[in-house]
Design a protein around this ligand. Structure first.
Ligand code: ATP
Length: 230
């Protein structure tokens, strides 16, 4: 975890976050004033039905899109005060992402998919490989290090995506329906491994889901309804 954080301060702080879209000439207010603090190491489930704005909220915290009103702070830095390259740095230093679909590089094996984001930060290759092998092994993929995504099952692919998200020791992992594409038994399994790994690493996480049962396994549940958190 990054050591530059102020003790006792939230890793994420959203204040009166708003986002609207134009659809067919009509304005829809998706986020209408979201307030949320996430503390370091805290795992928060973001619940809400389809279309309630969970992905939009994660994109805001992930500093992936503009067009928001209100304030987004990540690791004590206000995103609205930063230039694009500074936001990119903040994202790379502090955030990891897991999506519903794995988005692994198809021509690279499991290990290389986990090595890649570390190389981007300038970590020496031997160190990247050691970290990749350790993460993949702790996810039960020690025997699959040199398999390409197409040679892995859906659950295995998603576990590689989890390892990739954690490779750079993010302070916060953003997960958007991380097990939404898996059958129930596999989803349970992958989520349990994901949560154990995130807890073991001391990262915080914000996990969007519409699954109440899976949300119940996290430290705190927040619900998105009519554009605000309840
Ligand atoms: N770029 C965009 N342009 C127009 N409308 C958008 C855009 N992105 C999202 N929306 C709309 O905002 C609303 C919220 O979408 P969002 O994807 O955040 O919901 P969600 O809760 O993540 O849904 P799901 O669980 O189905 O993924 C939807 O009505 C969607 O159509």
């Amino acid at each position: 975890m990054n050591s530059s954080l102020t003790p006792g301060a939230p890793i994420v702080s959203l204040k009166e976050l708003k986002r609207s879209f134009e659809q067919g000439g009509q304005r829809i207010d998706v986020l209408r004033g979201v307030n949320l603090d996430i503390m370091p190491g805290e795992i928060v489930a973001l619940l809400g039905p389809s279309g309630s704005g969970k992905s939009t909220l994660l994109q805001a915290v992930g500093l992936l899109e503009g067009g928001f009103e209100g304030s987004i702070s990540v690791a004590g830095e206000r995103a609205e005060d930063l230039a694009t390259d500074q936001r990119t740095r903040l994202r790379r230093e502090h955030l990891g992402f897991v999506y519903q679909f794995h988005h692994l590089l198809p021509d690279f094996d499991a290990r290389e998919n986990v090595v890649m984001p570390q190389m981007i930060l300038g970590t020496p290759r031997a160190q990247c490989e050691e970290r990749a092998d350790s993460l993949l092994t702790s996810l039960g993929l020690g025997g699959r290090l040199t398999h390409r995504p197409s040679q892995l099952s859906g659950g295995e692919q998603q576990r590689v995506a989890v390892a990739r998200a954690l490779a750079n020791r993010p302070t916060l992992v953003l997960a958007d329906e991380p097990t939404g594409n898996l059958d129930e038994a596999t989803a349970d399994n992958v989520l349990a491994q994901f949560l154990a790994l995130v807890r073991g690493e001391g990262s915080a996480a914000l996990v969007a889901t519409h699954n109440e049962r899976l949300a119940g396994r996290m430290d705190r549940v927040v619900r998105l309804k009519d554009g605000v958190l309840i």
